[in-house]
Design a protein around this ligand. Structure first.
Ligand SMILES: Nc1ncnc2c1ncn2[C@@H]1O[C@H](COP(=O)(O)OP(=O)(O)OP(=O)(O)O)[C@@H](O)[C@H]1O
Ligand SMILES: [Mg+2]
Length: 237
């Protein structure tokens, strides 16, 4: 079997000189697949994402992307290697227009990125309509589209999303999940944290239940949904 496209192994670390938040956490994603991290509030889901993206100093473990050891790289260098990250909070520039947000997303590119902007508009047509509006005037779901679109501007091979459906209606959530599946079908690997655990595991090739900075359960999305213990403890029965 080929190595996973993203392979983060045995990550241990926390913030500054504080106590460790992650305790030997493992996360991997295969090419073009969707991996979902679920778990209770404060479990360390966002911390694990930050560790994979290089925003946290881990003192054990490694992060491999496409067979390359990127453990020592800065977040910006990881973007250059093909990572795109949409953080849980403050993921757009509210006082800039939609199109300016997308242009900001392309900050590392030296080539013509107008085709990529068009691709984002094809994926999220409402953003084209609203391209001259300030992103802060948009609805919650539309802002999340801006955030995802911004991350797509560097043409990542791995797209990381921390709670992309936070605060949106069920209909908007379904719509966003459909777009995320569409992105995965183009060969981009997806690593996503989700509070809507049940719905997210439905579309997950692989699911991780994280508890107190450790992997509690790892399986296919379907197997986790069918696991009585996971259902009882994490999915509300
Ligand atoms: N910047 C930070 N500095 C210090 N501690 C932090 C920081 N961010 C998070 N923590 C702590 O790390 C632990 C894990 O937080 P984290 O945000 O990773 O959880 P989470 O699983 O993403 O939770 P949620 O579901 O609420 O988003 C918590 O105890 C939290 O208080
Ligand atoms: Mg979080």
């Amino acid at each position: 079997m080929a190595d996973p496209f993203l392979n983060a192994e045995n990550m241990t670390g926390g913030y500054g000189s504080g106590a460790d938040i992650l305790h030997g956490c493992n996360i991997s994603v295969d090419k073009g697949q969707i991996a979902v991290i679920v778990g209770p509030n404060g479990a360390g889901k966002s911390t694990a994402m930050k560790a994979v993206f290089g925003m946290l100093n881990i003192h054990t473990g490694s992060v491999m992307l496409d067979g390359q050891d990127i453990t020592a790289l800065t977040p910006q260098a990881r973007v250059a290697k093909g990572m795109g990250f949409v953080p849980q909070v403050n993921n757009i520039f509210t006082t800039m227009t939609v199109e300016e947000n997308l242009e900001m997303g392309a900050f590392l590119r030296r080539d013509d990125f107008s085709d990529t902007i068009e691709q984002v508009y094809t994926l999220f047509p409402i953003l084209k309509e609203k391209r001259r509006q300030h992103a802060g005037e948009l609805s919650g779901g539309q802002r999340q589209q801006v955030a995802v679109g911004r991350a797509l501007m560097t043409q990542p091979s791995l797209l990381m999303l921390d709670e992309p459906t936070a605060g949106v209606s069920p209909i908007v959530m379904d719509e966003l999940f459909d777009r995320i599946i569409e992105v995965a079908r183009t060969g981009i690997s997806i690593l996503m944290v989700e509070q809507n655990a049940r719905q997210a595991l439905e579309i997950a090739d692989k699911g991780y239940v994280l508890v107190q900075g450790r992997n509690a359960y790892t399986d296919t999305g379907q197997a986790l949904l069918a696991n009585p213990e996971v259902r009882r403890t994490f999915l509300g029965g």
